[in-house]
Design a protein around this ligand. Structure first.
Ligand code: NAP
Ligand code: ZN
Length: 350
């Protein structure tokens, strides 16, 4: 077994704390990674607090992992010791079904999440990246461009691909007016990526204090979404909207902003459902509300390479792991500028 240290949630209500545990011994197709940094996604918080159902304890979150290869199994062909690599939200899938064949492993019925899933072969829970090392099947390991700051690149592994994939799927590009709802971890990546794809980008935020930041991040315009008049002024004006909000809210004012045949894609997975949107809002002008889950492995590599070419990373607050519980409290207050990233070296302090 491979010894590892982590911060874990021992129950839904208590702060995360230090934990020593064992990971599986690397298999022939595994890459063993020394973790350098791990981003803090709102999904970590939802899961740690049992907002998506009860999880096995201790529970180790973290699926925005950047590190260096420590060792490779005998069958590994794509990675060498010392390389800068990343691991996102998945560590396994069947690799045989139509979804996997299409490079959409995230839609495989048997995909294994990086944390809280049943590990292939052992059935034990998978443990995430709030840790000093991880062992992952080669197929699910990504190459991180060495030109990017590794700490600021970590959030690309979830926030980056989760916004890149729908922007590509719905063919966002030049000449389009694109809305991003919620300026947090996902939202600020969506602004940077949609802008790099050539779209005109409008941020919808509940936080008036984020207007200047939204513009600095690349937004052409900012709308305060709690201002009914400002919202009404945007009616029928959007080709596509990406909604990243982590809490239940009224979708109708955003649907009303879509043009005919346009789509709002939902990314947030709040603890409680959104109020049902008005069907009339969709029928008139044939609008759609859709959803999207992270992105496949090939597309994640494409996104990392795109970010390498365009010099795109997250705006981060680097924290020692001992500050993770304060980071969660701030996340619940929409006070994230714009992704917390854990410095894994801090685990040495226990
Ligand atoms: P985050 O950093 O906390 O950002 C969420 C943003 O939503 C906030 O910054 C805030 O922006 C807005 N918001 C408005 N009201 C809120 C409220 N009452 N509570 C919290 N946020 C509120 O979260 P994130 O990491 O970007 O994740 C966003 C959601 O996407 C989460 O539900 C997460 O689980 C989900 N997610 C989905 C996928 C997927 O594959 N679909 C992948 C990763 C994450 P303003 O201040 O600008 O209003
Ligand atoms: Zn995530």
């Amino acid at each position: 077994m491979t010894h590892a240290s982590a911060y874990a949630a021992f129950d839904a209500a208590s702060p995360l704390k230090y934990w020593d545990f064992e990971r599986r011994d690397p298999r022939p197709d595994d890459v063993e990674i020394d973790i350098l940094f791990c981003g803090v996604c709102h999904s970590d918080l939802h899961a740690a607090k049992d907002e998506w159902g009860v999880v096995d304890r201790p529970f180790v979150p973290g699926h925005e992992i950047v590190g260096r290869v420590k060792s490779v199994g005998a069958d590994v062909t794509r990675f060498k010791v010392g390389e800068l690599v990343g691991v996102g939200c998945m560590v396994d899938s069947c690799l045989q079904c139509h979804e996997c064949e299409d490079g959409l492993e995230q839609y495989c019925n048997h995909f294994v999440p990086t944390y809280g899933g049943p590990e292939a072969g052992t059935g034990k829970q998978t443990y995430g990246g709030y840790s000093d090392r991880v062992v992952v099947k080669e197929h699910f390991v990504l190459k991180v461009p060495e030109t990017l700051d590794p700490a600021a690149a970590a959030p690309l592994l979830c926030a980056g691909i989760t916004t890149y994939s729908p922007l590509r799927h719905w063919k966002v590009g030049p000449g389009q007016r694109v809305g991003v709802v919620g300026l947090g971890g996902l939202g600020h990546m969506a602004v940077k990526l949609a802008k790099a794809m050539g779209a005109q980008v409008v941020v919808f935020t509940t936080s008036a204090s984020k207007v200047d930041d939204a513009k600095r991040l690349g937004a052409d315009e900012v709308v305060i979404s709690t201002d009914a008049d400002a919202m009404a002024a945007e009616a029928g004006a959007f080709d596509f909207i990406l909604n990243t909000v982590a809490a239940p809210h009224n979708l109708d004012p955003f649907i009303a902003c879509l043009k005919r045949d346009a789509t709002m894609t939902m990314l947030g997975v709040p603890a409680a459902p959104h109020p049902s949107p008005s069907v009339a809002g969709m029928i008139f002008k044939r609008r759609s509300v859709a959803g999207s889950l992270i992105g496949g492995i090939a597309e994640t590599q494409e996104m990392l390479d795109f970010c390498g070419v365009h010099g795109i990373t997250a705006d981060i607050e680097l924290i020692p792991i001992q500050e993770i519980n304060t980071a969660y409290e701030r996340m619940l207050k929409s006070d994230v500028k714009y992704r917390f990233v854990i410095d894994a070296a801090s685990l040495a302090q226990g």
